[in-house]
Write a protein that binds this ligand. Structure first.
Ligand code: FES
Length: 639
């Protein structure tokens, strides 16, 4: 059959009809039409998230089998061979809620050594006065502007963008030779990108952007006053290419158009945010002159269209750690085409610019107390600040704390269970969901709370094994181990039991063990132990709602006084805003990244020690109970 033959895919219950070609991949077809369907593994056929029910027509699977009415198949493994009718079941939806962009009060109230930022942005706004040209002074418009800028700034070398040059003659004369010059500080020189008339309002805005693997959040900032004009967040459209950085890298390497697809997805998300923010603030996107991005190394590679493949291959080498600022027009961002997009430098393949931005915001090098900075996503990125020096590592926690890879897991969306109480013996379970809605799954903070609740109730022991002696109907044997009923079908939103199973507990144990082992590795490399830690800063959205007692009790965090923990929220975004508004802060960020020592946990000299720490931490809370004195006597059952 010719690949030019077109067919129609009808999607229920969306009532969508999508035209496609013979041979097209069904998941690609659904994504192109923006159908909400999960694809956690990015189409690798391993997560099972994209399951659809065929209601008519037929498709061909990757193994050459034909699926017809009544069959189920994975959309990512199905090829279009004719008209097709499919139904997307509820469990194949992403269930994304709105992206939370507000910092909770306890984060805003956190004691941070705040420092006044003097507004001195990466895009400078400099009023100049120049003598108009004459027969006695026939200097060109560009040289005359540079001369005025040199006098005003003391800086020697300026260039101008093509766009600025094209407008310059008219703008200088319109401004009566007293323009406001917008120029970018590109370290080696300044680049003039536009001229404004004297007294003109607006015209100079910037974006601080936190590019997360899951969400992208941006602040629109007035470059003259430093005032924030709005904040907006969206899910990163790259999610359809995989849930975590590894599946995104796989996506990039396994498809001819993989890198470009990822690039278009993340720039599309940023452009969506630009549209929301500029609409809300009634400014033109053309007036956005500069952006600063904080993101992990893979996100920054995909933003710039760089091949991320070697990030995941030993010896884990990124194409570049410190990307030079590129023009918005080169990246496809809908702002001033001459605007420059800066990024925070990365420390390594798995300690990225987002961590550097967080370290900048948290003033890690200025803290007197020994400080641990922990950002938990699919990787646990951990920095230990001691006497001005910084040691960092990345521990692969997997997506469990974001609800991924856990049978009952979900994002922190309305309806996600975030708190549990389990009666001794496990007969009764009470819970609280985000927004008080009917349960849809258990989010990362809920999973931590659940582990603690199950341990205290004696449903699992300190090895994470189910207590099979229990006489509760909630616990059932399965082929893969045991399954414990959390919420019965009649209480859940989709009418299916919410349960936790033996493999889930194993995954959670490994995730929390990886984080704790990473913390221990940093400490032991400096010949320290937990008692030396003066402060623990928990960054990112995950930490914000965490039950700290539960997190310590399961051995995710060290057992130190609870008032030494602080939740610092989206420190990456705040760091990006500081660098946007302050050339000094951007310089500090570069120095900070350059001075941070990266401990590669899989390197020969570290790997064995890390594995020892990891294995010791695969226990609740730890095989060495003396490390957790406050939880040693909580009555939970031993191994
Ligand atoms: Fe299809 Fe994962 S199995 S996207």
């Amino acid at each position: 059959m010719s690949t030019n033959t077109t067919y129609a895919v009808t999607v229920a219950p969306d009532e969508a009809e999508i035209q496609c070609r013979s041979g097209d991949n069904l998941l690609d077809v659904l994504h192109r039409a923006d159908v909400d369907i999960a694809s956690y593994c990015g189409g690798a056929g391993t997560c099972g998230g994209c399951r659809v029910i065929v209601e008519g027509g037929e498709a061909r699977t990757a193994r050459g089998a034909t699926v017809q009415e009544g069959d189920e198949c994975l959309a990512c493994r199905a090829e279009i061979v004719g008209d097709l009718q499919v139904r997307i079941p509820a469990e194949s939806r992403r269930a994304d809620g709105e992206v939370a962009t507000d910092e909770p009060r306890h984060v805003l109230g956190a004691v941070r050594p705040d420092r006044e930022i003097e507004v001195d942005p990466l895009c400078q706004v400099t009023p100049v006065q120049m003598t108009p040209p004459s027969l006695a002074d026939n200097t060109s418009d560009f040289d005359r502007t540079c001369r005025a800028l040199q006098e005003a700034t003391g800086r020697e070398v300026f260039t101008a963008s093509h766009g600025a040059l094209r407008r310059m003659a008219a703008q200088l004369r319109d401004s009566d030779w007293e323009p406001i010059v917008l120029w970018l500080d590109l370290q080696t020189h300044g680049e003039i990108i536009d001229l404004l008339s004297p007294g003109a309002a607006g015209g100079a805005y910037g974006l601080a952007i936190d590019i997360g693997t899951t969400t992208v959040v941006a602040d629109l900032v007035d470059l003259r006053s430093g005032a924030s004009l709005g904040r907006a967040g969206e899910y990163n459209a790259q999610q359809r290419c995989g849930e975590d950085v590894i599946s995104r890298i796989n996506f990039a390497s396994q498809r001819d158009d993989g890198i470009e697809t990822l690039r278009e997805a993340v720039t599309g998300t940023i452009n969506q945010l630009v549209a929301q923010l500029t609409d809300g603030a009634a400014v033109s996107a053309r007036e956005i002159r500069v952006a600063v991005c904080a993101g992990n190394t893979t996100m920054i590679h995909t933003l710039y269209g760089l091949d991320p493949n070697n990030i995941r291959r030993q010896p884990y080498i990124p194409t570049i750690g410190n990307v030079p600022p590129l023009r918005a027009s080169e990246l496809g961002l809908d702002v001033d085409p001459d605007a420059r997009i800066f990024s925070f430098p990365a420390v390594g393949s798995f300690v990225g610019g987002d961590v550097v931005a967080g370290a900048l915001d948290s003033r890690l090098t200025e803290r007197e107390d020994m400080t641990l900075f922990v950002d938990i996503g699919t990787n646990g990125e951990i920095v230990l600040a001691a006497a001005g020096s910084l040691l960092a590592c990345s521990a692969s926690a997997g997506p469990a704390f974001e609800g991924g890879g856990i049978s009952c897991g979900t994002r922190a969306v309305p309806g996600a269970v975030e708190r549990f109480r389990v009666s001794p013996g496990g007969d009764e379970v009470s819970y609280r969901t985000i927004g008080g809605e009917a349960p849809v799954g258990v989010c990362g903070t809920g999973l931590i709370d659940l582990m603690h609740a199950l341990l205290r109730a004696g449903v699992i022991n300190r090895s994470g094994r189910f207590n099979t002696e229990l006489e509760t109907e909630r616990l059932r044997a399965t082929e893969e181990g045991y399954r414990y009923l959390l919420v019965p079908a009649e209480e859940t939103r989709d009418g299916r039991d919410l349960t936790i199973e033996t493999p889930d507990i194993r995954t959670l144990l490994r995730s929390k063990a990886a984080i704790y082992a990473g913390i221990r590795m940093l400490l032991t490399n400096l010949a320290l132990d937990e008692s030396a830690v003066g402060q623990v800063l928990i960054a990112g959205g995950f930490g914000t709602h965490i039950n700290l007692e539960a997190a310590v009790a399961i051995g995710l965090f060290p057992d130190i006084e609870r008032d030494r923990f602080q939740f610092v929220g989206n420190s990456a975004l705040r760091g990006a805003r500081e660098a946007l508004l302050s050339r000094l802060c951007m310089r500090e960020a570069r120095e900070l990244a350059g001075g941070m020592t990266y401990l590669e946990l899989s390197a020969d000299e570290q790997a064995a020690a890390f594995m020892d720490e990891f294995v010791a931490a695969e226990f609740l809370p730890h095989t060495e109970m003396e490390r957790f004195p406050s939880v040693a006597d909580d009555g939970a059952p031993g191994p």
